[in-house]
Ligand binder design. Sequence first.
Ligand SMILES: [Zn+2]
Length: 392
Amino acid sequence: MTLAAPRAGRPDLERHVLGAYETARPGPTVVLVGGLHGNEPAGVYAIRAVLAELERRALPLRGRVVGLAGNLGALRRGDRFLDRDLNRMWSATELAPGAPSDASRDAAERAALHALVERALADAREPVVFLDLHSTSADGAPFSIIGDTLQNRRIAFALPVPVILGLEENVEGALLGYFGERGHVAVGFEGGQHDAESTQAHHVAAVWLTLLACGALTRAELPEAAEYHALLRRAARGLPGVVEMRYRHHVEPADEFEMRPGFTNFDAVRAGQVLARDARGEIACPEDGFVLLPLYQGQGQDGFFVGREVRRVWLRLSRVVRAARLDRLAPLLPGIRRVRGERGTLEVDRHVARWWVVEIFHLLGFRRVRPAGGALRFTRRVEGLERSERGA
Ligand SMILES: [Zn+2]
């Protein structure tokens, strides 16, 4: 499979900083990231366009906007990455002091980017909002991706596109996972197909609506907000509101993975339906749902995802349950114990607690983490306000 050259051209950038904008007014820090994947240049162009427009109109922004480009070397070549996927290299283990060094060219990109983000965080006021702009190899409507915290919901629900929950439970080492775990607001936005002309317009709309949703701008200051809202709503018409990511098909280069042609994001799929094939044979869909991010490019380890619509009543209930901090009662339930030395982490004995375990923990605001032996582990997602309480 060949990698098509992006229609928008390949950004040839010397540095990761695309620009910054602030007035003297206090407010949130918004970190915009584009081109973490080098074959997704639309986000880079969108960030530049918004920064230029902020300057041109001298808009009275509260807080600060910082625009960053991700994988400069890969953007220059129009490839997803050089040696390693830059959006799978942000696990806390890998970034811990004393972790084994990594000679990949992408690790050098990460180091530069990491330093810039930390600098932006060092003099940031609350809240800090990350918006990470991506695009997909398959056709399809725009959508957002969040870890399911109430503060992430607030921003993502302001963008009238489907919201995908639980990606960080399925994908290790994403930039948003790392900064989200530290209590920041972290929203990923997929603007559409890599080379579609509409993708950049979707990104631009998402950036402006995010600035509005976090209070950096008001509706009076941004009268065209209604048009951006209408643009995204039109693009996502008829799609589910919220989808929980349930399954990820992992791909290794030796698999010779090949997606069946013709799938677009949010296509309905059935259990048993053949979605792809690889060196071992046909790959069937594990359950009914929607197919997401089907892989139609040469690089990448995510073959496809399958998600399921989340009902509104669950969303409302989970908000109430979390606001009441019912998670504190969880360790009182049979088969559930705290993990010593790991704050906010609980271990579940599946012989005792058998039914609806993942669902109940999601409701309480936990995310699933690596299984420890036969047991399941969950850690509570951090909402920004509690950061001082955690001392992180
Ligand atoms: Zn991407």
